[in-house]
Design a protein around this ligand. Structure first.
Ligand code: HEM
Length: 151
């Protein structure tokens, strides 16, 4: 019964999964960019700029990044539960799962860095955030190749 429902909803579940993924990725790309500017400029521009960055970072995390991650996970797991969608004897579900777990770790890493900026205890420089900005790009490539090429 529930499985029939999942099967009937499959294209919709997949469509909303991809929509949630796009929102999540947009935030995962933008937040480390904000951290680059925050880490590099805050000394020159004073406490008002610091507060403005903090507000942008908090809202991006709370209003977009967290809800988008939850929606991506819930809809993704519904797809996993849909009969005939995932064949665990193939390689692609495993590479995708590994990259998705790494993406979720990156999300948590960014959330911890936000708390440090809010407490005024950030120790990392702009260069570190520039480098970390590449992490979601690399993981995105692995995920899209996994689901589309299906090795
Ligand atoms: C968070 C946990 C996630 C789970 C459990 C999950 C699971 C799934 C499953 C089972 C499918 C269906 C595959 C098919 O019908 O062929 C799917 C499709 C898809 N996923 Fe995810 N996914 C997750 C996160 C992500 C992320 C982070 C991305 C991108 C960064 C992503 C991108 C996609 C895309 C583009 C498709 C559509 C592929 C197609 O058209 O066949 N997913 N996902």
């Amino acid at each position: 019964m529930f499985l029939d429902l999942l099967q009937a909803a499959y294209p919709w579940t997949k469509a909303f999964h991809v929509i949630a993924v796009i929102a999540w990725m947009a935030a995962l790309f933008y937040l480390p960019r904000l951290y680059v500017y925050h880490a590099e400029r805050v000394g020159d521009l004073g406490p008002e700029t610091d507060e403005m960055f903090q507000t942008m970072e908090r809202l991006l995390l709370r209003a977009i990044m967290n809800p988008a991650m939850i929606a991506t996970w819930v809809l993704g797991l519904l797809l996993v539960a849909t009969p005939g969608v995932v064949d665990w004897s193939q390689l692609w579900p495993w590479t995708k799962a590994a990259a998705v777990l790494a993406m979720s770790w990156f999300h948590g890493w960014l959330a911890t860095r936000r708390k440090e900026f809010a407490a005024g205890t950030n120790t990392r420089d702009g260069r570190t955030y520039r480098i970390m900005n590449e992490v979601p790009t690399l993981l995105l490539v692995v995920i899209v190749l996994s689901v589309i090429v299906r090795w």
